[in-house]
Design a protein around this ligand. Sequence first.
Ligand SMILES: [Cu+2]
Length: 270
Amino acid sequence: MAFILALVIWLICIALTIPFVLKTWWMPDPITDHARAVDAQMALTFVVTGVIFVIAHLALGYAVMKFGRKRSGPADYNTGNERWEVLWTAAATVLFIGLTFMGYTVWAEARFADAQSQPSAGERVVVEVTAQQFVWNMRYAGADGKFGSLNVNLIDDSLGNPLGLDRGQPDGKDDVIVPRMTVPINKEIEVILRTKDVLHNFFIPELRLKLDTVPGIEGRLRFKPDKVGTYEIACSELCGLGHYKMRSFMDVVEQADYDSWLQEQYSFLQ
Ligand SMILES: [Cu+2]
């Protein structure tokens, strides 16, 4: 009986480990250096915890087999081994704190990029993303590089003004508002996150980035995509009945395609 239990423990351990080793259900390919750094950090965590997981379960099965046989007489009383307990508690503490600090650097890179390098606004493409139940609105500042002012009284989804943009003002005249995001490849993109109503969450799995959109607060994310393609933008915060279908897409295109796309958007404004 003890052997069967040990075998079950080992089989479960192997069955749980295989999908991680073979990457059976894995994340989509990363498209930024930051996303690759996140993956490397996660791989390190998986390797370290995976090795400990396997060793612990092999030992557990062994202990069950060795000490689990039926014996006559009362069980031995064991007070444990203080030296071992101090040792593995200390080792676990060092490991977790170490992994946290290593991960923190990667995490902070995308959020506090300002401290290291600040490309001028001209080199950077700024997209303002406003969430609402249950769609995404992407705004580009236009040729003047300035976002026009918004006025809640002008908000009218049915008239095509979901943000309440004042088109009468010079800054707002050339603002482009679209339901889908287009960005050029190999350029720093800055996303300014807003919401019109409740909490939503801007999530692009290929960027390994997600951030809540919080009413009254502007969130910021920076990234530099290096792979042309179409990537899903998912709302990753349960935001209401239509949450499951709140999605959009980000098209990463060549610079020339981006320029002509932008020109096309301007022509619709004429
Ligand atoms: Cu949402």
